[in-house]
Design a protein. Sequence first.
Length: 578
Amino acid sequence: MRLQVIATDYDGTIAIDGQLNNDVRGAIDRARRRGMSVVIVTGRILSELRLVAGTLDFVDGVVAENGAVVALPSGHVTVLGASPPLDLIEKLTSRGIDFKVGRCVVELDAQFADIAIDLIRELELPLAITFNRGRMMLLPASISKSSGLRYLLNTLGISIHNAIGIGDAENDHELLTACEHGVAVGWGSKRLQQAADGVVTGDGPAALAKYINQLSAGIRMPIESTSHRKIVLEEIDGEAPFEMLIRGRNVLVAGDSKSGKSWLAGVLAEQQILQDYIVYVFDPEGDYSGLASLPNTLALGGGRQLPYGDDLKMLLQQGINLVLNLSHLNHEEKCRYIQRHLPLVTQHRRERGFPHRIMLDECHYFFREPSEQQLLDSELAGYTLVTYRPSQMQSDVLAKIDVVAVTRLAEHLEVDVLRELLDNKGGSAIDSHDWYERLANLGINEAALLPPSKEADGRLRKFVVAPRLTAHVRHRTKYFDVPVSEAHRFVFTRNGQATGTSAGTLRELVDTAKSIPSEIISRHSRHHDFSRWIATLFCDYGLANEIRRIETDVKNGGTVEQFLNELCQIVEQRYEID
């Protein structure tokens, strides 16, 4: 994942006794010249920060008063909380307590915590107390370093998932938790170090300057280890959920056709969207349009306007999740669209940090040749590749896979490819014959996590796939327009003899049936040939049941004309054809 911004605390982290460390100042300058943003997130009152740090144009923004005040280098200031209550100020003054007042915060010595609590209760104030070593801050309960940073990054057009947070004290927990990667300094709070994703060793800000220099030398977020953001693969009452780290990892979802692999891939995409990651789905078969019911998510294509070139670039700027439904295109058109537009999405991610994950279904069609591996950004990773034919994927692409999740997979050749992937990554010896049986017998709601995925712990780890919020739409427009094989076409017959007319798609079936003599349509209807073909070939049992109902009407005396009208209406409504 792209590292876009460093959000750092001030006192005790990059400054001692209010004085910004010169080495850190130089590291911040180098990071910004390399294209990275740097912001300060501090408990200090903004005017006091300016007194000790000087003009604040050496960073891209400041969050002051522990999240209540946001300032930009232009001088624009936004206050996110209400002003301190006057009656609280009067009560503190009457008691002779020394305190400071900002635009929103009331700051005083931590020894007065009991008095502050009593006053908050007495005056019935909606205030919370935040401690910062020997000091304490009284702020509206909704205010924190997290809320202030989110507001600032939204103003700058940066996702918080592209941010590293750095802090030293107890009021920095919210900062580190909000950021994609939280770092504590080794000379600060031990509790914060325990909660952090990483710790900068050393005894002062000069050590942090070296860390910032190392970060800004690359573009990728540090490797994930203990992140609080995970994907839930399985949930069982009374047991801890089976979870998976996903940031910056390439995921392969493999499985037979109709085995539930698209459902599993949809689980991964859905959970990331719900955690405010930005996800782009290249959807060749129209399986993922249901994701559009999620917040900030749009599905285009599938007979509706599909964005090309500059239109897609404009959508990329919006920071929304996008499902690109290519099911209305033929195979060659799908390949051309992906070859042209996947690099656009990849380049935007390098420049702006999002989309955070790029998913490509039926990927074996697009990564067969050695040259096609260049479509993937190996440095930033973050791809989900979905296929029922891993054996047809280019070996260099498979070598980039970090996580392998499998639904039912019966063919030995495909299982052997996954076993070879494990061996190439230095996996321990595992009996592949055991894999053959266990993967072939996975249920429709089951999957398995395989090595080299570290969560699999060196074994085939079976699980029941977690539920989804959004509906799964199975190959909606594919079944309408993409033909079945020649051997499985619907053949119109008269007295058991082929008439020479057939249909290979639902569109052809609807269109062709209108020109077929009534007695032939009547005979096929009375034998339920139409509904049987739909159920057998497309496994769309809902549609098959609807067609069987109108076939029965013909059997009971209904007219062929009525049947044809209803057939057309039911099929087109089912597949939402414009």
